[in-house]
Design a protein around this ligand. Structure first.
Ligand SMILES: Cc1cc2nc3c(=O)[nH]c(=O)nc-3n(C[C@H](O)[C@H](O)[C@H](O)COP(=O)(O)O)c2cc1C
Length: 239
């Protein structure tokens, strides 16, 4: 009993000493996050002379890789298009939007157009390795995922995988805002033309959504526009 009482005393002490400090620190970080979200806007004109450093690019990649996905399968890829001619071609298939060629980086988020047994097996193999268990420990879970994903039509599978890419897109945009890197997400493009230009179907992928990243041009008037957002009360309902 004494041991338990001491344990609680210790926890209480830890709570009393550390929580106010942590709460203050978190409050600053949270306000920083909100301020950075207010700073972020869909950039229309990038400064083509400014490039994202490889250090920052790695952080953005990490934020994409850390995005939550259904079952954790990560059935998407992100194509970083560097080739200037390819970017020019893609611009023509993106309503001529200048961000495609002027941003420092162009990321094409792509979903797998199917869920194969190999996708699930390779996920479970990795999980078993990282947890330090035999793959056979996850056979029942694997069979469950396979049976649930088999219920979907090919179109539903594509759509389900495509949805996952938007969570990764959101992570990347939030990360960029933290790094004071500008972004513009784009759906104003032809997925059919992107699939063909980048040869995506050959590798079981299809273009979902595009992210342009870099640094705003001083000439971009949009940066001075007010944020147009509803009131929170119009977004949230409490039942
Ligand atoms: C999925 C998605 C697709 C978008 N597609 C385009 C696009 O093709 N071109 C563009 O200039 N902006 C595009 N936007 C930017 C939106 O218009 C912009 O986010 C919205 O008007 C809110 O403005 P803000 O992001 O500056 O706060 C897109 C945004 C999202 C989330």
């Amino acid at each position: 009993m004494v041991v338990v009482a001491n344990k609680y005393d210790k926890e209480e002490l830890t709570t009393r000493v550390h929580i106010p400090f942590i709460a203050k620190q978190n409050k600053n970080e949270i306000m920083g996050f909100i301020e950075n979200q207010k700073w972020r806007y869909a950039t229309k004109k990038f400064d083509a002379s400014k490039k994202i450093s490889s250090t920052d690019l790695e952080k953005i990649k990490e934020s994409i890789n850390l995005a939550a996905t259904s079952y954790g399968l990560q059935l998407f890829k992100v194509i970083i298009v560097e080739n200037p001619e390819t970017r020019e071609t893609l611009k023509q298939h993106s309503w001529g939007q200048s961000q495609i060629t002027e941003a420092s980086h162009l990321m094409v988020f792509c979903n797998f157009n199917s869920v194969k047994s190999e996708h699930i097996d390779s996920y479970l193999k990795l999980k078993a390795k990282l947890i330090g268990k035999e793959e056979s420990a996850f056979k029942g879970y694997g069979d469950f995922i396979k049976s649930k994903t088999a219920e979907m039509t090919p179109d539903q599978t594509s759509e389900w995988n495509a949805k996952q890419t938007y969570i990764a897109l959101g992570n990347a945009m939030a990360m960029c805002a933290e790094l004071k890197i500008d972004t513009c997400p784009l759906e104003g493009f032809s997925p059919v033309e992107y699939n063909s230009t980048l040869g995506l179907h050959k590798i079981g992928l299809e273009a979902t959504v595009v992210l342009t990243l870099g640094y705003r041009s001083v000439e971009d008037k949009t940066q001075h526009a007010p944020k147009i957002r509803k009131n929170l009360k119009d977004i949230f309902e409490v039942l």
